[in-house]
Design a protein around this ligand. Structure first.
Ligand code: ADP
Ligand code: ADP
Ligand code: MG
Length: 464
């Protein structure tokens, strides 16, 4: 087994990985920016090295610096976490060229699946359903118009290198097409340094269902069931649950089978996620494959009992999967709420600064993966997600009730958070019935939740 690993990330996921390493008697090297000097990942790691200022391009995205630290501290492998360099082929290539292991897939699978229009092409060639749309990227407005007329409006323009819901534009009529095409291209360029876009039919009111995959270097591929991530805002996930409350047994089996097939087609190794959308008739379409650990891997761990980060490390260390598909069974129900530092009463603008006081929830099957504590500095340089509250219940209703209690207990003073929004979702009767799709949150926020918000604002008065 590896003796030393460098973690090229920060925040809760750095802690998550450090803990798994220490349980496996692996030493950890943390890297950090000056903004994060008091962060817990810096204290918890075996050794920690400052690699630059807060701006990600000068620290967590600075490839030469990170590789230098890895070589100087004599680690054997690098875990990239999620975000940052986790899906960067150039980074994987350099890591390997320097004789270090990358805890993730190889650069070929990343480049195949990271380019979303190329991945669509692979699915098309192998008869896996994809949302109707362009074959490859679209580079001129004339061609785009033709395709959209053929597939019919509404359509969605998407960034080929996209992620995190950025660069997406929904278009309802041709008059808006050119403007949104240019908007999407410039947002994609700003976010990903690549302005290539493609187009898909916009599926109205779909559910987002994804399958967790594990694959070793000996050709063994298994899946760990599904996650329902349909509670989203601006195409970004807010709350996830496993299993999905409205997936029948036959579709569940089919999605698992197809996800394993896709991982094999991509020659995929390590942990990965195949994302699908399901339309109102129950028809499924491949959306994308994320070639990394995902934020919501936790709920799959809760219902399968498998530590996905440890499995990633074992796979990278040339070990065979310890499980066959028949060994995987799901027990109970798990929900995760992403706790974000944002002002839900003012356009969800990021809320940063010093946390004065935190009260963490606890109890049987309650897990809080976060990096916050009293006096934590929440920096404007990074993602607004400051923690993940995860519960497991014997069944869905128990999980919902447990989450309500845990949310009541969780207290964060000093910055604004979305805790009340989660509280609203967990008490919404449509949510409780499992009756929701990806439009749920936007609809509630412009309808029923508006009153809930107003009442809360009146109640709390100037505190908000
Ligand atoms: P998806 O892209 O399907 O929404 P996830 O839900 O796993 O996948 O979100 C991962 C994305 O979240 C990353 O690519 C990154 O943009 C963002 N992100 C959230 N929190 C962090 C963090 N602590 N560090 C880096 N990136 C983060
Ligand atoms: P990202 O890489 O940003 O995660 P995805 O392709 O995974 O992008 O899509 C993110 C979300 O955007 C989906 O979960 C879904 O809510 C929405 N979405 C993407 N494509 C479509 C589509 N063709 N029709 C309807 N919704 C879509
Ligand atoms: Mg996605």
């Amino acid at each position: 087994m590896f003796k030393r690993i460098l973690i090229a990330n920060r925040g809760e996921i750095a802690l998550r990985i450090i803990r798994a390493c220490h349980e496996m008697d692996i030493e950890t090297i943390a890297i950090y920016s000056t903004e994060d000097k008091d962060s817990p990942h810096v204290k918890l790691a075996t050794e920690s090295i400052c690699i630059g200022p807060g701006k990600p391009s000068e620290s967590y995205l600075n490839i030469p610096k990170i590789i230098n630290v890895a070589l100087l501290t004599k680690v054997e492998a690098i875990h990239p976490g999620y975000g940052f360099l986790s899906e960067n082929e150039e980074f994987v290539d350099l890591v390997n060229q320097c004789g270090l292991g990358f805890i993730g897939p190889d650069k070929e699978s990343i480049s195949l699946m990271g380019n979303k229009s190329r991945a669509r092409q692979l699915m098309l060639e192998n008869n896996i359903p994809i949302v109707p749309g362009s074959q490859g990227n679209v580079d001129n407005i004339q061609k785009l118009k033709e395709i959209c007329n053929k597939i019919g409006y509404p359509i969605i323009i998407k960034a080929s290198s996209g992620g995190g819901g950025r660069g997406m534009r929904i278009v309802y009529k041709e008059e808006e097409l050119e403007r949104e095409f240019l908007n999407s291209k410039s947002e994609s360029n700003a976010s990903f340094g690549d302005d290539k876009v493609y187009v898909e039919k916009y599926i109205v009111n779909p559910r987002h269902i994804e399958i967790q995959i594990l694959a070793d270097k000996f050709g063994n591929v298994i899946h760990l069931g599904e996650r329902d991530c349909s509670i989203q805002r601006r195409h970004q996930k807010i709350l996830e649950e496993a299993p999905s409350p409205r997936l029948g047994e036959s579709l569940r089996k089919e999605l698992g089978r197809v996800a394993v097939k896709i991982a094999r087609l991509a020659g995929y190794i390590n942990a990965g996620t195949v994302e699908f959308i399901i339309d109102e008739e129950g028809k499924y379409y491949f959306l994308e494959m994320n070639t990394r650990l995902q934020v919501e891997h936790t709920i799959t761990e809760m219902v399968t009992g498998i530590d996905i980060v440890k499995e990633q490390i074992k796979i990278a260390n040339n070990m065979k999967l310890g499980y066959e598909q028949k060994d995987i069974s799901l027990q109970g129900h798990s929900i995760q709420c992403r706790i974000n530092g944002e002002n839900i009463f003012n356009k969800f603008l990021p809320s940063t600064g010093k946390i004065k006081n935190v009260h963490m929830p606890g109890g049987f099957n309650v897990r809080f993966d976060s990096y916050i504590g009293n006096n934590s500095n929440i920096s404007p340089y990074y993602d607004t997600m400051i923690g993940k509250l995860i519960v497991k219940g014997a069944n869905r209703l128990e999980a919902i009730k447990k989450m309500r209690v845990a949310l009541e207990e969780l207290g964060i003073e000093g910055i604004k958070t979305n805790i009340e929004l989660h509280y609203g979702i967990l008490h919404d009767f449509d949510f409780v019935k499992g009756n929701y799709n990806t439009s749920f949150l936007e609809q509630k926020l412009s309808g029923e939740f508006k009153n809930f918000y107003l009442e809360m604002e009146n109640y709390y008065g100037t505190k908000y």
